[in-house]
Write a protein that binds this ligand. Structure first.
Ligand SMILES: Cc1cc2nc3c(=O)[nH]c(=O)nc-3n(C[C@H](O)[C@H](O)[C@H](O)COP(=O)(O)OP(=O)(O)OC[C@H]3O[C@@H](n4cnc5c(N)ncnc54)[C@H](O)[C@@H]3O)c2cc1C
Length: 260
């Protein structure tokens, strides 16, 4: 069984800064980490390998620095890391990103693809489903438990807002996972040493088949018009006391603010 985990390197901050000229995230000078949801995807791949056997591969499209995210995954026990990096991939929207990842995945071969439910910076949650469409395979999003794999069929539980659903699909298939699925392990010393030495495979646009005009900015029909921070809401007031005191304070406050 060949399991591919798609991981994205994201800035390690909630204080994301946007370049007003390009409407893109400023990544320079900010420490980068593996997208937190992808750590659950990595852990699930490791658990599936431990239970059912097979091979695990992490794949990331990003700048050369994204190699450290792949090494991070190797330190946890993933077998192989592949980085897709090329100036031709720059400016990719979600369509071009999933197309590029799809071309690499066709080259690798696969049974199961695991993605995080969303990336902490872009947060569209589109890559998993779009990637499945690109490859023409079924996908199940928001998986919170892999129930079993039997005779090349995958049975999972998926988490919705107020209920759970059980799905079954044949291979090959793609799932996106939530943080409820497992508790990611920490790297071992042996794993960290191995990850430092291991070779990361690097592919550029010419290593992939596919239509070159579908990579990067050329293959990206989405244009970000404007990116802005939501207005910070004023802090609320907590009224204390018994019910009638609170009612009285609320009345006074509303009056003070000319609402009554
Ligand atoms: C017009 C436009 C131009 C853009 N230009 C740039 C640019 O120049 N540089 C730039 O960095 N971003 C750029 N972006 C953002 C880029 O498109 C997204 O970061 C990317 O497509 C992933 O989308 P997301 O962050 O919403 O991921 P989501 O869909 O929320 O991610 C879900 C899951 O998909 C997988 N995944 C996501 N991204 C990757 C990846 N790169 N490699 C492997 N797996 C992945 C992970 O498993 C992740 O958990 C641009 C976006 C637009 C719309």
């Amino acid at each position: 069984m060949k399991i591919i985990v798609c991981i994205k390197q994201v800035p390690d901050t909630t204080d994301i800064k946007i370049d007003p000229e390009t409407n893109r995230i400023i990544r320079e000078g900010v420490e980068a980490i593996i997208n937190p949801y992808d750590t659950y995807a990595i852990e699930e791949a490791l658990r599936l390998k431990e239970k059912y056997g097979g091979e695990t591969i992490v794949l990331s499209m990003g700048p050369p620095q994204a190699e450290s995210a792949l090494r991070g995954a190797l330190s946890l026990g993933i077998d192989q890391g592949i980085l897709l990096s090329d100036k031709d991939f720059a400016g990719s929207d979600t369509l071009a990103t999933s197309y590029t990842l799809g071309q690499a995945i066709k080259k690798i071969g696969f049974d199961i693809i695991i993605c995080g439910k969303e990336a902490m910076d872009g947060s569209t949650g589109q890559i998993g489903p779009e990637l499945a469409e690109t490859l023409g395979i079924p996908h199940i999003a928001y998986v919170s438990k892999v129930i079993e794999i039997k005779e090349k069929r995958l049975k999972v539980e998926r988490m919705m807002e107020d209920h759970y659903e059980i799905f079954e699909t044949s291979f090959p298939a793609l799932i996106t996972v939530t943080k409820e699925i497992n508790e990611p392990r920490l790297p071992s010393l042996r794993g960290t040493l191995r990850a430092k030495k291991e070779k990361i495979t690097a592919w550029n646009a010419s290593d992939l088949k596919g239509e070159k005009e579908r990579f990067g900015a050329d293959g990206s029909p989405t244009w970000v018009i404007k990116v802005f921070r939501p207005e910070v809401r004023k802090q609320g007031i907590i009224l204390e006391g018994n019910v009638s005191e609170i009612a009285d304070k609320l009345y006074q406050e509303l009056k003070k603010q000319n609402i009554l």
